[in-house]
Design a protein around this ligand. Sequence first.
Ligand code: ZN
Length: 93
Amino acid sequence: MLDPCAHCEEMMQPYVDGVLTEAERVEAEAHLAGCSYCARRYRFEEELRHFVKISAEAEARSAPHPARVSPRLRAFFKGVSDEGRRPSRRDGE
Ligand SMILES: [Zn+2]
């Protein structure tokens, strides 16, 4: 049987983009409502898009300073992906 979380992951991008069909959207929302792992992934996707959008807008307004943006972006990725990871094992840090 298909792993529902894998299926949910496939639908994640189009879901965030708002391009799923009504039936797919209902299915995705039903899964997200009952699966904290995917709900967290979904929140990450949304925050990521929001962050990328505001970063792009900030860069568009001022002169581009990728060196200033990327450490923050890296820290953001690291923080959220660490939080979103299943607690199987710790990476030596
Ligand atoms: Zn799931």
